[in-house]
Design a protein around this ligand. Structure first.
Ligand code: ADP
Ligand code: MG
Length: 165
């Protein structure tokens, strides 16, 4: 559990569209080498958020759930890549070592569903997002930056969404 502090941004989504919009903002910030980790149960909105992230990033490919392939790759006209991982079927971090994070990070950004399953294999800084189902259309999202790069990203996002006050 992250310690609750002012670097953490808590967002209350009231609809799938709102979750996608949060993702669009986030996707706009992504640069090659960035990692976003998503933690949350089935139906908590991880893939919905990724749809927004891919849109904001500029993907020309549609987002689909990668549950059966582990990694989906989305393209952009400038040859950068967005890798969409689903660690659901990975048993542990050892299995995640077949994933070549270094290669992916040199070519683009990574977003990982069920990241908690492969925590030991993850790069050491990332933006961690925990999604929780709170009601039919309500999801609580806790964005916890791990590393300076993501602290800045979260602060920019907070300002964009709520303004300076
Ligand atoms: N506020 C919300 N944010 C995201 N999804 C929501 C929200 N409200 C309802 N939903 C619905 O919940 C489901 C989330 O599914 P999905 O994004 O595939 O979750 P996961 O990838 O975590 O299993 C979708 O059917 C979506 O329409
Ligand atoms: Mg999913």
């Amino acid at each position: 559990m992250p310690i609750l502090d002012d670097r953490i941004f808590e967002f209350f989504s009231h609809s799938p569209a709102q979750t996608r919009r949060l993702g669009v903002h986030l996707g706009g910030y992504l640069r090659p080498g960035d990692v976003i980790c998503l933690e949350g149960n089935l139906g908590s909105g991880k893939t919905t958020l990724v749809q927004g992230i891919a849109q904001g990033w500029g993907a020309v490919d549609p987002v689909s759930s990668p549950t059966y392939v582990i990694v989906n790759e989305y393209r952009r006209p400038d040859a950068q890549r967005l890798y969409h991982l689903d660690a659901y079927r990975l048993e542990n971090a050892l299995e995640a070592e077949i994933l070549d994070f270094d290669r992916m990070l040199s070519q683009g950004s990574i977003v990982i569903e069920w990241a908690e399953r492969i925590k030991a294999a993850l790069p050491k800084s990332y933006l961690w997002i925990r999604l929780v189902y709170t009601a039919m259309e309500h999801r609580n999202m806790m964005l916890s930056p791990e590393g300076k790069r993501y602290e800045v990203m979260v602060e920019n996002l907070r300002r964009k969404i709520y303004g300076d006050f």
